[in-house]
Ligand binder design. Structure first.
Ligand SMILES: [Fe+2]
Ligand SMILES: [Fe+2]
Length: 337
């Protein structure tokens, strides 16, 4: 029976400049892309979050928490506060914001080695504006003192994934923005990616904030100096939340905000079969990668629900592959449902 080794390689983090974090590994890296934990909210599904973090620990995955890690709406002067009705009893003390940070730091301690990046969302920036303290900075400090490799990001920023094997190096460029706007029940915030695409040139673009969970695989083409058309995928990823709103009563119901999916996305980065570049695949949950598949040659690995593979640089463009391409796309779409 084939032995399974699904874990990521050892990885390290660096801050290259403000808002730019680099994660370096050798051949294989799992990444949990998440946002909108709203950890201190009474509505946060901590069991679900803990299960995902435990899975990240099992896989030695790098965890990204891209804004609204805290709900933090129970402060004395916060106009959004609902008295102390929505504040957990253990946070109802004279040092509300301090307790949020210290209790979250304690809760995260078993997973501190998986935390790669924590960045603020509008909930943290609202506290900074009113109370002149940054909860994200305080949490990152606390985790790093405890030995975590975690770095702090901005409201938007870059994560540069670098694979190094011998003398070979390959990059995957992820850009994120916590998000803006309401996200609309029908569009699920998909239109906002048009703006992001106009602003950045990345392999993966991630947003959160609207508490929707979507994945779009776009492709962009370029023409080489010798006149050959080349395409590359751009993954447009919306990570959802761990906050479980009531669907029968309360603010979200009155605003017409329906039930929201929970959780983020699992990204697997591996060398391609030519060992020339990194392949990225996105999953609802991690799958077992065969031990001997350090490159992307394990075509039988299952399941592979959301998949992308950059076009080989050596391959000439197909003359009339329209039908075949459509069929492939349909297969991917049905696998995603
Ligand atoms: Fe949020
Ligand atoms: Fe948000």
């Amino acid at each position: 029976m084939q032995r399974r080794k699904n874990k990521s390689d050892h990885w390290t983090t660096e801050t290259l400049e403000s808002g730019v974090c680099r994660v370096t590994f050798a051949s294989r890296l799992w990444v949990l892309i998440s946002s909108d934990w709203h950890w201190d909210s009474v509505k946060c599904d901590r069991d679900r979050l803990a299960a995902d973090l435990a899975e990240a620990k099992r896989l030695n995955a790098a965890v990204l928490s891209l804004g609204d890690g805290f709900d933090a709406m129970g402060g004395k002067f916060d106009p959004r506060s609902n008295g102390k009705h929505d504040v957990r009893p253990e946070l109802q003390s004279g040092n509300y914001f301090d307790e949020i940070v210290s209790q979250c730091g304690q809760w995260l301690d078993p997973y501190r080695e998986q935390m790669a990046l924590v960045s603020p969302g509008n909930h943290e920036s609202a506290v900074r504006k009113r109370q002149e303290t940054c909860l994200t900075t305080r949490l990152v400090e606390r985790l790093r003192v405890a030995g975590s490799p975690v770095r702090q990001g901005g409201y938007a920023g870059w994560v540069l994934f670098r694979a190094q094997r011998g003398k070979q190096t390959a990059l995957h460029r992820l850009w994120y923005h916590h998000g803006f706007g309401g996200g609309g029940g029908t569009t699920r915030g998909a239109g906002q990616f048009a703006q992001y695409l106009a602003e950045v040139d990345a392999d993966t673009i991630v947003a959160g904030h609207v508490h929707q969970r979507t994945f779009i695989e776009a492709h962009r083409q370029r023409i080489t100096s010798s006149g050959l058309c080349r395409t590359r995928p751009v993954h447009l990823v919306r990570s959802s939340t761990y906050k479980r709103e009531s669907v029968t009563d309360g603010w979200a119901v009155e605003k017409g905000i329906g039930a929201r999916p929970l959780g983020g996305w699992w990204l697997l980065l591996r060398w391609n079969s030519d060992a020339t570049e990194l392949n990225a695949s996105f999953h609802d949950r991690p799958y077992e990668v065969p031990d001997d598949a350090d490159s992307d040659s394990d075509g039988n690995a299952k399941p592979r629900p959301v998949r992308s593979q950059p076009a080989s640089r050596k391959r000439r463009p197909a003359k009339s592959s329209g039908k075949k391409k459509r069929a492939t796309r349909n297969r991917s779409a049905s696998a995603r449902r």
